[in-house]
Structure formats: structure tokens, C-alpha cells
Write a protein that binds this ligand. Structure first.
Ligand code: ADE
Length: 221
């Protein structure tokens, strides 16, 4: 079973994305074991301090190396990890290719950034990979960590019921998936394209291919 340990200063932010749908199913089926770790539990400081002002001056608090190092060292006593990933906006962007690669790796640690950032010594010495989910700044790395977990977990065999459906996702082969429709075939004056109702498998397949190409050209020219 793949273990994903998520380290955060606000682990309560992480719970809900894992308590329904595909990620819950993966946990219930014991395909993944996801654990949240509160950085405050690894502070040796009486006040459970995990951040401090930055040297040289400047606004914003910086996560300290000690609780992070304590937490990672503690986790490493029970498991080996293939990657220790730091979620931060100033990193290379997550892509489907990276999610595919991470889905076939072993255990992972994901460290969520917070406040102004994290002591650079963490990034230089404890982390093996840094990922951003896009060019915008969120208040912390918790939502990005949940995004990363979702994109990885749905790819693990046995998680999705229909094994082919992850392979047919948009981006999986660089091609955007075609539009989909369901009942009713007419809603107010809006109709489902006739071809999808025709029962002609070859025509439907050609139509889907054409629509995929059109969408891909517009979104990823
Ligand atoms: N933390 C804050 N913003 C982020 C982003 N865009 N990606 C990853 N981690 C982040």
C-alpha cells in the first residue's frame, strides 16, 4: 500500500477533500494510506512555535527547519520515501506527466508551505522535489497538496472502477477529451448532437476524435 504523509501547519484544512469520492474510496480500499501531520506536534518549543521572523528583516513569518526536520526524521523511522515534495508557487508546475510518474512511485511525503515560506535550508537539504499547481499564490500549500494527491491517487490501478477512464482523461495523451452529454436528449431548445444518438459506433468515434482535435487546437494550440 502506498503511504502519503502530508505535513502541515494547519492539517484541519486537509481533511474534507479526502473524505468523499475517489480519494475516500482509495483509502477505504486500502490502496493508499494518507496521514496528516501537524507541524506543531514536532516543535520542541514550549509554545509549540513553528515559525519565526526572517533574518535580514522583511514582512511575514517563515516556517522553521527544526519541527520540519523532526517530523521528517520521525516518519523516516517507519517508512522509506521515494520523494519528499514541497508545495510552493515558486516551483515547476504540476503536469499530468509528473502525476503519472508519482503514481507509480512508492511512498511520498508532501510538505505544505505556509506564511512567507520556509527556511531555505529545508528546501536545499530535506526536500527532493518542489511543485506548484499554477501561477497564483494561495494562503498555504494544503489545497495544492490535496490537488496533487487527487491527481496521483486516481491513477493507481484499482482506484477507478473503469480502468480505462483515467487513460481517457484530458491531458493523458496531450489531447483534450471530447464533449459529453447525458439525458434528456432535448432540454428546453437545447439538443444533444444527432450523431451521439445514431447508434453508429464508427460515426460516433469519428465525431469524438474531430471534437477532441478542435478543442485541443483552441486550448493548447
Ligand atoms: N502554495 C501557495 N500557492 C501555491 C501554489 N500555487 N502551488 C503550490 N503551492 C502553493
Amino acid at each position: 500500500m502506498k503511504v502519503i504523509d502530508v505535513i502541515s501547519a494547519t492539517p484541519e484544512l486537509l481533511k474534507s477533500p479526502f473524505s468523499g469520492s475517489i480519494m475516500k474510496r482509495a483509502i477505504d480500499r486500502e490502496i493508499v494510506n494518507i496521514n496528516f501531520h501537524d507541524l506543531k506536534d514536532y516543535s520542541k518549543n514550549k509554545k509549540k512555535q513553528i515559525d519565526d521572523y526572517q533574518y535580514g528583516g522583511g514582512s511575514g513569518m517563515v516556517l522553521m527547519i527544526e519541527p520540519i526536520d523532526n517530523c521528517i526524521s520521525h516518519l523516516k523511522k517507519s517508512n522509506n520515501y521515494d520523494e519528499i515534495i514541497f508545495m510552493t508557487p515558486d516551483a515547476k508546475k504540476l503536469t499530468q506527466k509528473i502525476s503519472n510518474q508519482l503514481s507509480i512511485k512508492g511512498n511520498l511525503i508532501i510538505l505544505c508551505g505556509h506564511y512567507k515560506g520556509v527556511d531555505q535550508r529545508v528546501r536545499d537539504n530535506l526536500i527532493t522535489m518542489e511543485l506548484s499547481i499554477g501561477d497564483y499564490v494561495l494562503s498555504g500549500g494544503e489545497l495544492p497538496a490535496a490537488v496533487l494527491c487527487d491527481s496521483i491517487i486516481r491513477l493507481i490501478p484499482g482506484v477507478l472502477n473503469d480502468e480505462t477512464s483515467a487513460l481517457e482523461d484530458s491531458f493523458q495523451d496531450g489531447i483534450i477529451a471530447p464533449p459529453v452529454y447525458t439525458r434528456p436528449s432535448t432540454y428546453k431548445d437545447l439538443n444533444v448532437p444527432d450523431v451521439l444518438l445514431s447508434g453508429n459506433i464508427e460515426k460516433i468515434s469519428n465525431w469524438r476524435e474531430k471534437k477532441s482535435e478542435e478543442k485541443t487546437k483552441i486550448i493548447k494550440p
